[in-house]
Design a binder for this molecule. Sequence first.
Ligand code: 3H9
Length: 778
Amino acid sequence: MAAINIPRNVAIIAIADGTPPGNPNPVNALSAPVRQFLQTSLQNAFQDPAVVSIILIGRRDGRGVFSAGADIKEFSGENSSGNNKDCSSGNGGGSVTVSEPGGIPTLNDLGHLIENSTKPIIAALTGACLGGGMELALSAQYRVADSTLQYGLPEVKIGLIPGAGGTQRLSRLCGVRHALDVIVRGRINGTSQEGLRVGFLDGVAPTNESIVEYALRWAKWESSLPRITMESRRLCHRTVPIDGEGVGNGDMCDFAIQSLPPKEVGGESAHACVEAIRASFEKPSFDQGMEVEKNLFNDLLYHSLQGRAYRHIFFAERSSSSVRTKSSNSLIFGNGAIGVIGAGTMGRGIAISFLRAGYGPVTLVDVNPGGLQAGVQDIRLILEGEVKKKRLSSSKLKYILSCLESSTYLSSLAGCDLIVEAAFENLKVKKDIFSKLDSIVTKKDALLLSNTSTLDVDAIASSLSSERRGYCAGMHFFSPAHVMKLVEIVRGKATTSETLDIITAVTKRIKKVPVVVGNCDGFVGNRMIHPYTTESALLLVEYGGGKNGLGISGIDAALGPRRFGMAVGPFVMSDIAGNDIGYKIRGEKGLLRDPATGIVGPNRKQMRYTELADEMVEKLGRLGQKAKKGWYDYDPKVGKGRKPLPSSEMQSLVENYSMNSPSRGTKLSPDAIVSRILFALVNEGFKILEDGIASDPSKIDIIYLYGYGWPAWRGGPMFWADNYVGLPVLLRELETFHKMYPDSEYFRPSQLLRRCVELGVGVQEYYRKGLQQSAVLS
Ligand code: 3H9
């Protein structure tokens, strides 16, 4: 780009220049030093008599992002928890929302400074312009952008509301409808076209002009206007417009509230967003509206456990996806030939994920020509559906489909850089495939990955020659793989750290959330789900039946979206996944009764066990949604065949099984149901940490959030145990359950849990302090 001549009468203030050297700040987060820098630069520009107008930009060369908003690290950890000390960032960074004379300016201070400037300030927006970044832009007198702009106010997703005037200024500028849409949904996908249409932007740079040149043109034009226009540009002096479609602003807020989850089920911040927007038109002045916004923001920041959970997830996800590799493997940069073995449901979803991310060719292989054809057809249909939903353009679809190849021969994968095997879940089948790949695949550093959900990755790798084993790992997608965001990356004994880094980077590139886990039966997610589903069925048999007894839907309701908050309860989840899967796993674990001989599996021994789930699969063929019957009935005419309907057959099965239980028909509160089932799951999480299968508790939280529908506002099972339950309570309850049911091993409290309670620390703190490194747990 040719150097641009910046006239002496224009001051360019670049947010990126405020980051101290050696402090990576890829998104121009508005940390304390950045805020301090902006204040000083603005004041210098105000005082400089030569300066007539000011351009506020992300980077001096007009590339990269404007700003992703406040530095979220300043809101995290102990600094923001409950103690109601005023908004000091606690990291030497000065205050986040409260001004101190001569101290570090808050974002609100900067907003006022910008808005009240007597010299016009043009915010030149590129890339992400989010949260506090967008709020600074709203304070400026003009906003212009280029086509890379991505604007939004996502604070609600980290349990907050916009706290630097966003709720007051956006509704004044663009109306309540747009403010609700952006703020309550926490959207971050506002484009330059949308910005122009709704009035957020004053102009968009033409494609042949850089944002810097364009902003300079605006500055020149503005300086030719009479000074009187400055006043009208200040949003604090405007009133909120009446909606163009004739709906009252109050009605729109009432309507928005109706579609939100209740406050206590994850909706605290969303409700506060609506309240703050309402204040923008109900309060008689801008300042009073700002006061409402400030109080709501501070209340959430200091008192909301939901908010802390959301912020925990934000950083946990990024830490799990973060890759600092020096590898130059082309897969990291989105290039490479991909092979997918198995054209079943998983293989199709996996192929779509790679195709959508631009990898190619993607070759789908299946020995069964009919299955292969059906797979290719299904991929086509799914992608065409995305075009209909406007998630994909027709031209991209055409390109994507041109990258899809199919074959019935493994030899077609010879030139691949990465292969994911998604064949039958059978060790012999997988070992056979990998040993064939060993001689077929030409590149010695090709990644050979298995999508197994339970099998031993080392056993699979053992069929490769020793030089290849370092490139072998598990890449466990969740079904449906083109929708679910989680991928467990399973580290085998020989898997190199470079291989793990490349898979992590590739997983991020295909827009999924990677979590590296150790190799054990069920890895993290499925290992923890085993006690969860087992205890759900046992609870049903113990308390179910009779007139008022616990029913299948009672357990699902206690754990489901309206109460505990899981996306679905345990029985609906099994029906979706297919009840035959759990049945097969119980068979592999040696737990089933042999239908021919009646002899129970060798590993059942004294284990507390119910055959209810086995009988419903074996004798009643109730395999779940796919069979139109499982724990519930499904009617293709009701809710597209996915709505769970009560089943009289299952009701009588529960009656039979609960017949001899002393607690039959006894009422159990939803909280008691949750404790029994989820404490078993969380205890397994502690054991997984003990075994080194997950490197820290936040990895488990991410797995449960993205793989099993755990509610984000409860922060994941380990965050929940630490912060909602409390480890001493968890330990006490587990001890009680274990006394009651000594033959349920999953209730035996983990050593790590005992250790945390002894030390009086939460499990997150235990890991944060590195105590696991010196611990010897017996
Ligand atoms: C706010 O503004 C409050 C105000 O209203 C009021 C205040 C009083 N702070 O996601 P990525 C880090 S609240 C600190 O992997 P991408 C992130 O941790 C804020 N750090 O990249 C990661 O670090 P690392 C409202 C942040 O390209 C790195 O940047 N704003 C922040 O996939 C790259 O991030 C938001 O909620 C931040 N604000 O996506 C925006 N943002 O490399 C949140 C990012 O060490 N951010 N980091 O792991 C995003 O949505 C995405 O990061 C973004 C880029 C779309 C910007």
